[in-house]
Design a protein around this ligand. Structure first.
Ligand SMILES: *Cc1c(COP(=O)(O)O)cnc(C)c1O
Length: 424
């Protein structure tokens, strides 16, 4: 079942028309389907049945409190990359022991806060971090549960900006240097090594890189055990891809089958950290056409969503499907157009060279697969208010992050005391 589909000529999110939400909330806005979020979660929950495994939602993909809470209620842990995300996870009701703290550059103050909150596991990415964490844990008189994230040097076959498992990427410890790092960790009294972690990239559409990486880490685990380390956990990371255009990402069942086969007999508890796969297809961005500008080369459809609301096309050359909210006639002619925002940058586009049915000012369009790395990467560039978020659940919908007013935006700023006040 699709959670976003035309019914009676109108695009629906579950039981609500996007037009009805737009009438109440205004545009642009993100809209998430609770049903789609739950369905994505269930695939993982079903996938790990019978395995000694847990799933921690990588909340940087979409860190709205309501989204985190929805997953938390179904048993999810959280994979966090900052103390801000930790505070969100806790505020959304995720128990601290189900939180994994990842990230390549954690500050001592952040590690301190995480240990004080008693997060379950910290994935360390460098020898320097091992030393810092040991010192901080010592100050607090605790022992930190850690894994070491290794970089298995495999090509995830994804966009350069979201591949993370190559030697030349900043992430993890080079797998060839991992034994030294584990040896160091073993000598540090306030660290308790519980396992090894990896995360090789994002938007993977093939299982081969996972297979290759697991084979390499599995071999490492053998060596580490021979060196005398206890390796009880293997954190596989996230990275599973979704459908933007015509990708064919593997099913969760196939993914789990590969992981189960490649880790068989290893005796490790497995952790999965999906982000995009849980939220990406469950969200859309809805925007209104401001005006249509026919040009010599092509037509520009200028909409009220822009690169500050959804930066993926600009940043990753990402392709997002765009559909009119009112269903076009089957035989409607199409015109070639660029869908662009009002921002003063040529990089401000949502789609280029798209054949779409003719659009007119006031029409609504839906940008698909925008639930991951959409709202979380939004900014207020050009003094555009942060784009609001809406959750639909059946026939209900609610604003889960309101659009700030311009006044609220201005009130967040200050004149320095030496400046004359603005005269009324
Ligand atoms: C970003 C990230 C994830 C999630 O990646 P997705 O591609 O969204 O699944 C998981 N683990 C770590 C360490 C990450 O940095």
């Amino acid at each position: 079942m699709s959670f976003f589909e035309y019914r009676n000529g109108e695009m629906h999110a579950e039981g609500v028309t996007l037009a009805a939400i737009s009438a109440q909330v205004g545009t642009p806005f993100y809209c998430y389907s609770a049903g789609a979020l739950r369905a994505a979660w269930r695939e993982f929950a079903d996938g790990i049945k019978g395995m000694n495994a847990s799933v921690c939602y990588a909340m940087k993909a979409n860190s709205n409190l309501a989204v985190i809470r929805l997953f938390g209620e179904m048993g999810a842990g959280a994979d966090i990359v900052s103390v801000g995300e930790m505070r969100r996870a806790l505020a959304a009701g995720i128990p601290a022991e189900r939180i994994i703290y990842s990230g390549v550059g954690k500050k001592a103050s952040e590690l301190m806060e995480a240990l004080q909150a008693k997060v379950g596991q910290i994935n360390v990415e460098s020898s320097a971090e091992l030393e810092t964490l040991n010192a901080v844990a010592g100050q607090l008189g605790v022992r930190a549960n850690i894994t070491i994230r290794v970089n298995p040097d495999v090509d995830a076959g994804t966009h350069a900006k979201i591949t993370t498992g190559r030697k030349e990427n900043k992430f993890g410890i080079d797998i060839d240097l991992a034994r030294e790092a584990f040896a160091l960790a073993g000598r540090l009294p306030h660290l308790k090594v519980v396992g090894v972690a990896m995360h090789i990239g994002s938007q993977l559409t093939s299982l081969d890189p996972y297979r290759a990486a697991i084979v390499r880490v599995r071999e490492l685990i053998g060596q580490l055990r021979a060196d005398g380390h206890r390796i009880d956990r293997f954190d596989i990371g996230g990275g599973l891809g979704i459908v933007y255009a015509d990708e064919k990402p593997p099913s969760i069942a196939d993914f789990m089958a590969v992981v189960a086969r490649e880790t068989e007999g290893l005796g490790c508890e497995l952790t999965f950290e999906p982000g995009r796969r849980l939220v990406g297809e469950a969200g859309v961005l809805v925007s209104e056409v401001i005006l249509v500008k026919p040009g010599a080369a092509k037509t520009f459809v200028i909409v009220d969503a822009a690169m500050n609301d959804l930066i993926r096309p600009t940043l990753y050359e990402a392709w997002h499907d765009i559909l009119p909210v009112r269903q076009p006639r089957q035989d409607a002619a199409t015109i070639r157009c660029d869908i662009v925002g009002p921002i003063c940058e040529s990089g401000d586009f949502l789609a280029q060279n798209r054949d779409l049915p003719p659009l007119a000012a006031g029409d609504l369009v839906m940008i698909r697969s925008a639930g991951a790395y959409g709202a979380v990467m939004a900014s207020s560039y050009n003094s555009r208010p942060l784009v609001p978020e809406v959750m639909v659940d059946g026939t209900r919908f609610a604003v889960i992050r309101p659009r700030p007013t311009i006044d609220e935006m201005l009130l967040a700023e200050r004149f320095p005391p030496w400046m004359e006040p603005v005269k009324a």
